[in-house]
Design a protein around this ligand. Structure first.
Ligand code: AMP
Length: 307
């Protein structure tokens, strides 16, 4: 595995590979690897000629400096995991290299960045979009891989890529969970054992939302209330938001007649966890096939109007 720290070296390497028609699969990460990251790496490896993983704790996407300071970092273990998965290039730039003091260009995706986490973490998605745009230009991927665990991030990146005509195919991958259902996250290591046990209330609450919907409930407010009430059974859980929104626009809806997202952000101590599930209404049955009337073209026109 090659480790590259200099952005220009990364870009030069990517250009050389592209000239040889070697396809790069990119997995952007902030490190502290777990099996969710590994699932993206394996997929990128299997679908491309070269797998590039970026490891960069992006200060621009942290609205709270304390959150940045305590973000888990474990470079030695990350190198080991990346190597064992067969990652070809690990790109680990410094903050100074990615954001030189004279940098003046940022990427802002407007509407889809505003609801859910957007309103609560000002500047977060501007930081995400900016760093992903830079990573695309530095690694020139044929495909880039993201986890649906961060659903709004996927929507923001998809919108940016579409609006700016970014060439890579975007591959959105399912959330990998612990055996008890908790979505894997680098932040989970910061939970105390009691908080870790309490955090299973999140997948249970989302399962409840799915069960309500499967039982025929299509009123988003009813589902939201059920989820909130379930979260309230866990005294360690401090709810930041629970919302049921249109899965495409992330805007509120009055009835779940199209794919919806149940999204939540909940604090346990000073650890903020997010999770979500999709609720997808069944497609209406296709119109029944027209009865076969045989060839009626040669039946003489008749009318039942008496002549
Ligand atoms: P992060 O290092 O947390 O920024 O995550 C890097 C990438 O891994 C992002 O695309 C995340 O959405 C994805 N990811 C994080 N956790 C999971 C998970 N549990 N399952 C699948 N993908 C994940």
């Amino acid at each position: 595995m090659k480790i590259i720290r200099e952005p220009h070296e990364m870009q030069q390497t990517a250009l050389t590979l592209r000239d040889k028609a070697i396809r790069i699969g990119l997995v952007p990460t902030m490190g502290a690897f777990h099996d969710g990251h590994v699932s993206l790496m394996r997929r990128a490896k299997s679908e491309n000629d070269v797998c590039v993983v970026s490891l960069f704790v992006n200060p621009l996407q942290f609205n709270d400096p304390a959150d940045l300071a305590r973000y888990p970092r474990n470079e030695a273990a990350d190198l080991e995991i990346a190597r064992s998965v067969g990652v070809d290039i690990l790109f680990m730039p410094s903050v100074a290299a990615m954001y030189p003091p004279d940098a003046q260009t940022f990427v802002e995706v407007t509407r889809v960045s505003q609801p859910l986490c957007g309103g609560r973490r000002p500047g977060h998605f501007r930081g995400v979009a900016t760093v992903v745009a830079k990573l695309f230009m530095l690694t020139l991927p044929r495909r880039a891989y993201f986890g649906l665990k961060d659903y709004q991030q996927c929507r923001v990146i998809a919108q940016m890529a579409r609006d700016l005509y970014f060439p890579p195919d975007l591959v959105f991958c399912p959330t990998v969970r612990e055996p008890d259902g908790l979505a894997m996250s680098s932040r989970n290591v910061r939970l105390t054992p009691e908080e870790r046990r309490a955090a299973t209330v999140l997948p249970r609450a989302l399962e409840l939302a799915q069960a309500c919907f499967a039982a025929g409930e299509t009123n988003p407010t009813v589902i939201q209330t059920q989820v909130r009430e379930h979260l309230a059974t866990e005294p360690r859980a401090r709810v930041e938001y629970v919302e049921v929104v249109n899965a495409q626009t992330l805007e509120p809806l009055t009835e779940i007649a199209e794919p919806a997202l149940v999204a939540l952000a909940v604090w346990f101590g000073d650890v903020r966890l997010i999770d979500s599930v999709m609720l997808t209404p069944p497609k209406p049955n296709p119109a029944p096939p027209a009865p076969d009337l045989g060839d009626i073209s040669d039946i003489p026109h008749r009318t039942n109007v008496p002549s």
